[in-house]
Design a protein around this ligand. Structure first.
Ligand code: 4AD
Ligand code: MG
Length: 448
């Protein structure tokens, strides 16, 4: 390789290397010029001492603008004060591409401006760290399922089926036929689980979310495992083991990134099984207590939250404030199971012990991220499922193939979906999910 990556400089102390990258920053002091280069793997400070370098090299250091692409050559020195712990004694520098008036200066910018310049904003240290954590989360997800006998079965993005209700569908014309962008691969997972036993799909999913919140994108990545002969209890155990594994991997592999992000790592280290499990009824009790407690507090944030807790009323889905309150009271994710069947999707199996409730589970992360996982046990009876499809106002004809799964050797089965962006937001302590995907899609933004 012609160039050495900055992250590998530790292997080249006192040797001469060439680095290719972009000018991140520069400083000068008397006869010394400092140029800080980034190459995507880290930052490296190169030092030019006037008596030691060619006058042209020294002059060029003064002229370089932010984000100019350059090639530099020099001797690697260990220096604990330099960013990354190493410094280059500069011998040569060559300009590759100019950068005039780079719009993102080191001063503070508003989020709207940064979002418009997302294609450039990605170059910042913070965005680099968040997206490296995303990379590790995705790798951990794949390793977890691959090492446990799951087969990756990709599911289609163009589909004729509404999986998660009809209000968030992106509709498109498919050669004269109505088609939608997939909201979830689950229905197809149920078919492949009957062929392979344990499967997962992992891809982009789409929801025409008309709400602007810090937890919703219109395009997000979801990993969805599905397992034949697994019930809700097994599903909750799997979700718990999975979350512990992914968090553990991030703590192990992303120490530098978490440092850049000033993430309190102890908040991730406490994420160990078992996680608390609350039935929907327990959660209602918990929220009633929290509402009273927060209303009596002198913290204005808690008072505001108290107003919003249980706004949806009993029997409804949990709201954003409910999830925030549940997350705040725990140092690890909480599994909330058995929601009212009426607020959940048509495919959920009713709890035989109490048929008004569904055998479902949501995993709610601490620190305000809200629901990171949703899933449950699927209805396996052909007759019950047919009636559910009808009562949800869905077209039976479109689900003919799906009902075949119940017609031919139906078995109890379960699965869940985890949204990658919410997981990354939690891992990195990022307030809004828009920073956890390279090019976020939101209700009011499709550029760049
Ligand atoms: O709870 P959801 O809607 O579940 C399903 O789609 C099931 N079919 C999954 C399954 O059982 N196979 O979505 C699952 C997860 C949520 O917990 C959340 O993490 C994420 O997907 N999610 C979103 N993330 C970002 N933006 C959105 N608009 C999201 N909607 C859901
Ligand atoms: Mg959900």
């Amino acid at each position: 390789m012609k160039y050495t990556s900055i992250c590998n400089l530790k292997n080249f102390v006192e040797s001469e290397v060439s680095i290719a990258g972009w000018l991140y920053n520069k400083r000068s002091s008397g006869k010394v010029r400092f140029v800080i280069i980034r190459d995507g793997t880290g930052l490296c400070q190169a030092t030019a001492f006037k008596p030691d370098v060619d006058p042209q090299v020294f002059d060029l250091c003064d002229k370089l603008d932010q984000e100019t692409s350059v090639e530099i050559r020099g001797i690697v020195r260990k220096d604990d004060r330099a960013p990354g712990g190493f410094e280059l004694s500069l011998k040569h520098i060559a300009l590759i591409g100019e950068s005039k008036e780079y719009p993102i200066s080191p001063k503070e910018h508003g989020t709207a401006f940064l979002m418009e310049n997302r294609h450039l904003w990605l170059r910042s240290s913070r965005q680099n760290a968040i997206l490296k954590v995303r990379h590790q989360v995705i790798k951990a997800v794949r390793d977890f399922f691959d090492d446990r006998g799951f087969t990756l079965c990709d599911t289609p993005i163009l589909t004729a089926n509404a999986c998660e209700g009809t209000t968030t569908l992106f509709e498109t014309d498919y050669f004269g036929q109505k088609a939608y962008l997939s909201q979830s691969g689950q229905l197809y997972n149920e078919a492949t689980a009957m062929a392979f036993g344990k499967v997962y799909c992992f891809g982009p999913t789409f929801r025409a979310e008309k709400s602007k919140t810090r937890r919703h994108l219109t395009e997000f990545w979801m990993v969805e495992p599905e397992v034949a002969f697994m019930d809700l209890e097994g599903n909750m155990d799997l979700a718990e083991e999975f979350v512990e594994f992914v968090v553990g991997r991030v703590v192990e592999k992303c120490q530098n990134e978490l440092k850049v992000l000033e993430r309190d790592i102890t908040k991730l280290q406490s994420v160990k099984r078992p996680f608390p499990r609350l039935s929907y009824a327990d959660a209602q009790k918990y929220l009633t207590e929290k509402k009273a407690e927060f209303a009596a507090s002198d913290d204005p944030e808690k008072q505001k939250l108290a107003e919003d807790i249980m706004k949806n009323g009993p029997g409804d889905d949990l709201g954003a404030a409910d999830e925030t309150a549940i997350g705040m009271g725990h140092d690890r994710p909480v599994l909330v199971h058995r929601y009212p069947a009426a607020v959940k999707a048509f495919y959920m199996k009713a709890d035989p012990a109490n048929p008004d409730y569904a055998l479902c589970v949501d995993v709610i992360a601490p620190e305000g991220v809200g629901e990171i996982i949703g899933g449950g046990q699927r209805e396996e009876s052909l007759e019950v499922l047919e009636n559910k499809i009808k009562s949800h106002g869905l077209p039976l004809e479109a689900f003919k193939w799906y009902l075949d799964i119940r017609r031919y050797g139906s078995v109890p089965h379960s699965g869940f979906g985890m949204g990658v962006e919410r997981m990354v937001a939690w891992m990195t302590g990022t307030h809004h999910v828009r920073e956890t995907i390279p090019f976020p899609r939101l209700m009011d933004s499709i550029w760049p």
